[in-house]
Each structure stands twice: as structure tokens, then as C-alpha cells.
Design a protein around this ligand. Structure first.
Ligand code: ADP
Ligand code: ASP
Ligand code: MG
Length: 437
């Protein structure tokens, strides 16, 4: 069985939903993971924000605006009066639920319940549409099988067991529709897999059922060789291996959520990135394929802070790096890039929640300087060190960009640069021009 995930834009309107239905109704049994309609999760975040600020009027106003969108959808999506009536009732009950929060204390717990509404709405309305057009489909409620543990990691055994049970209860269905993004946590509360997490749902579901393929359907024809939001004339990359795709996703290629690669890689399930608006396009196939010694793509990760620790004590000493890393560990702050010299070390982080505390502690070991508003530019491909020339080409392409850090050698798949945010667009374009033209 295949798992097909459709993102927010792919289910963003009545006509898009109808296109998705056409794509999936080919008689093959499959699991269909849906995101919330585009814009909905952002609206739900905003609504929660008003509730946090005890501004119920603000929240109610936003809820009304969002509800209008769904009312318009119902008018356009369904043909029969029976379906329309049922859809209006579904919409009403979900929006009444959102309104009910104006009467309660508002905490993270309530916020997560609100954020789940986007995927609950899109899947319920889509399933009703499939019913109207006579498809043999059913809903698999994600809240009954998708679970994370105390460390917010997926509980894979629970997921596999409960998903299998749900499918076994209705074995004769052709289409199993389920919610991306949402789950329950260790305490049984409604939770989620973080923004953009529907991709993660698709790969966890794929791994749980040993799917033959996971397809991520979105609004572009695959992983492009550079970020299309900043570079013109980017092209889809037909094939990537799991490591390359993971690097690109982690370093900013928004088309794929970074967590989504690991479950697929561990279970050796190919992931295909496809375009809902151009279904014939080949897209990108991500698999365990062998090496091919080629630079594939460039991505950029924003919001990076660089920290440099310079110390005479590091010279010929051992244990210095351990002390430095322990500080980051004690503040649960992950390090992205590292470069060292005999007298200092530079690291980059993206979580600055505990930056002041970290800097204070680091000052015990040396002089510390911090650069904010930085970006990691990441060049990805199969670039083995024995095969000379790749690294030089990449560095040459950056000839006009001031570089704060460079890193290669952690793997053969990645050369990273840390630069100022203001130079990002120039750097991405320079790399495209010299590596892919
Ligand atoms: P969905 O809502 O379907 O999950 P996303 O908005 O999360 O879709 O991801 C698709 C978007 O990712 C594209 O519209 C594109 O602008 C952006 N993107 C960023 N980098 C890349 C890249 N390297 N290749 C393709 N798309 C990219
Ligand atoms: N709806 C969620 C979001 O907007 C999850 C997703 O689309 O992947 O982040
Ligand atoms: Mg996405």
C-alpha cells in the first residue's frame, strides 16, 4: 500500500480538493494524509494568541472570518443538499468548539486542541466529499493511533499496533483518509508534530504499515536545486539519496519537513515529491540509491546565531571542547555548525532561548563574541574527499560573499557556510550561477 500526503495548498480550496480526489481515485488501496487547508493553521495560531491575551472579542472575530471561508467551501464543494446540510453541521460543531474557549482558562493544553482543528476539519470535509462521489473510503482518526512519548518522540510500536488495528477493522475500504500533524502525547492529551509536521505523519504511517512508497504531494514539481523563493530558474532534482534529502530539509528546503526522512530511511521506503498542480511531472525520488559524485542542490537556514569562544587555555589542552559542549547540553541547545582552530572554537545555534545564560557560562573559559542574524548556506551532493575539485568549485562560487564559518567533512554530502542574513540572496544566486548553469 502507498501513503500519499497532500499539503495545505493541495487541499486549499474546493477545486483543489476535487483535483486531489481525482488523483487518488484509481482503484488502488491507499492511505491519504491531509494537512489543514492553507492559512488555517496560521489563523488558529492567531486565534490562540488572542485567547492567551484574554482578548475573547479578538479571537471571536478571527473565528468568524475563518468560518466564512469554510462556509464558502461547503457551497462550492458539495452538490447534493444532503451533503451540504451534513457539511454545515460539521463546520458549525468545529467552530462552536473553537468559540467555547472564550469561557475557559487558556494554556498550552487548550492551544494544542485548537491547533488540531485544521486537520480535523479538512479530513472530515474531504471524507464527506468522497462519500458524496461514491468512493469506498473511511476516516482513520490520527488521535487514535498517532502518539508521542515523554520526549516528544514518536511511539512507533504504539503507532504500528493501533494503526493496523484500525485498518483491520475496515479491511474492505479503498481509501483511508487521516489527519497529518496531530497526535496525542504521553499523557493522552491532544498534541502535534510541530509546524509542517504532516510530512512526518506520512513517513511515520508509511513506516508503520511498511508502505511500498511515501508520496508527498505539494505545490511544486519536486525538490529544486535551489530555493525558488530567492532564486529564479531553479530546476527539480530527479533523484536524491536519504542523506542528501535530510541535509536539504534540515538546512531550509521547506518542501520537506526535516524529521520526515528518518522513518523512511530506516525502513528503506522510497519517498517521492510530487506536484498536485502538475501530476505528470517526475518530481523527486528519494531513496537509498548509490553514490553518484555530483553537486545536487543548495538550501539556506535562517535565524542562526554564531558564538565564538577564544581562549589561550585551549592551546595544546585537552578537555576544552568537552567543557564548551557541556554548557550547550545543559541548556538543551543543539549546535548546527562547528569550526575550530588551536585558539578558539565557533559554533552556530538556532535556538536562542538560553543564549544569555550560555554566553555567561562560556565566559568562564575565554572571551566570547556573538553574531546574530546569520544564515547557514548548505551545498548538498555526493562529494567524496578522494574526488578533488568539488570543494574548490563551491568555495570559488562564494568569492564575493563575506564568510564567517566554513564546514566540510562531517559527511561527504554537505559543505556549509555561515554568512550574514543580508548576503543570503546574493550567495544563493551566486551558487546557482556557478554550480548549476
Ligand atoms: P505544503 O503546504 O504542501 O507542505 P510547503 O509550503 O511546506 O508545502 O512546501 C512547498 C514550498 O517549499 C514550495 O512552494 C517552495 O516555495 C518551498 N521550497 C523551499 N525550498 C525549496 C526547494 N529546494 N525545492 C522546492 N521547494 C522549495
Ligand atoms: N497544518 C500544519 C501546519 O500548517 C501542518 C502541516 O501543514 O504540515 O504547520
Ligand atoms: Mg510543508
Amino acid at each position: 500500500m502507498k501513503v500519499l500526503k497532500f499539503g495545505g495548498t493541495s487541499v486549499g480550496s474546493a477545486s483543489r480538493m476535487k483535483d486531489v480526489a481525482k488523483l487518488i481515485c484509481d482503484g488502488d488501496q491507499k492511505i491519504v494524509v491531509l494537512s489543514a487547508m492553507s492559512g488555517t493553521t496560521n489563523s488558529l495560531v492567531e486565534i490562540s494568541d488572542y485567547f492567551y491575551k484574554s482578548n475573547s472579542a479578538g479571537a471571536l472575530e478571527r473565528i468568524n472570518v475563518l468560518q466564512q471561508k469554510y462556509i464558502a467551501l461547503v457551497e462550492e464543494l458539495y452538490t447534493t443538499e444532503i451533503s451540504k446540510k451534513e457539511a454545515y453541521e460539521i463546520v458549525k460543531s468545529h467552530f462552536d468548539f473553537l468559540r467555547s474557549f472564550s469561557k475557559s482558562v487558556f494554556t498550552l493544553f487548550e492551544e494544542k486542541a485548537i491547533l488540531a482543528e485544521g486537520e480535523l476539519l479538512s479530513t472530515t470535509l474531504f471524507q464527506l466529499y468522497l462519500k458524496e462521489i461514491g468512493e469506498n473510503s473511511t476516516l482513520l482518526p490520527a488521535l487514535d493511533y498517532m502518539r508521542i512519548d515523554k520526549n516528544a518522540e514518536p511511539d512507533t510500536a504504539f503507532i504500528a499496533e493501533n494503526l493496523a488495528k484500525q485498518i483491520a477493522n475496515q479491511p474492505d475500504k479503498i481509501l483511508y483518509v487521516t489527519q497529518g500533524y496531530i497526535c496525542r502525547n504521553f499523557y493522552g492529551e491532544i498534541d502535534n508534530l510541530q509546524r509542517g509536521g504532516s510530512d512526518y505523519t506520512a513517513s511515520l504511517v508509511g513506516a508503520a504499515i511498511h508502505a511500498e512508497e511515501i508520496q508527498i504531494w505539494t505545490d511544486i514539481d519536486g525538490m529544486h536545486n535551489n530555493d525558488p523563493r530567492f532564486v529564479e530558474g531553479t530546476k527539480p532534482v530527479p533523484m536524491l539519496n536519504f542523506d542528501e534529502a535530510a541535509e536539504l530539509a534540515y538546512f531550509g528546503a521547506k518542501i520537506l519537513h526535516p524529521t520526515c526522512i528518518l522513518p523512511a530511511k530506516l525502513n528503506n521506503i522510497p519517498v517521492r515529491l510530487l506536484n498536485t498542480m502538475e501530476p505528470q511531472a517526475f518530481g523527486t525520488l528519494i531513496s537509498n540509491q548509490s553514490k553518484k559524485e555530483k553537486i545536487e542542490a543548495v538550501a539556506a537556514k535562517d535565524g542562526i546565531t554564531a558564538i565564538k569562544i577564544k581562549s589561550g587555555r585551549m592551546l595544546l589542552a585537552h578537555g576544552f571542547l568537552r567543557k564548551v559542549f557541556e554548557i550547550f547540553e545543559s541548556y538543551q541547545t543543539a549546535i548546527d555548525m562547528i569550526t575550530t582552530s588551536e585558539v578558539g572554537v565557533s559554533v552556530s545555534i538556532d535556538n536562542t532561548k538560553n543564549l544569555d545564560e550560555i554566553v555567561n557560562e562560556l565566559k568562564k573559559f575565554g572571551t566570547v563574541s556573538v553574531d546574530k542574524d546569520m544564515v547557514i548556506i548548505c551545498v548538498v551532493g555526493d562529494m567524496p574527499s578522494e574526488n578533488i575539485g568539488f570543494q574548490a568549485r563551491v568555495v570559488n562560487a562564494m568569492v564575493e560573499i563575506p564568510i564567517r564559518m566554513i564546514s566540510y567533512g562531517g559527511s561527504n554530502f554537505n559543505i556549509s557556510f555561515l554568512i550574514k542574513a543580508e548576503d543570503k540572496k546574493r550567495a544563493l544566486n551566486a551558487l546557482s550561477k556557478s554550480l548549476f548553469n
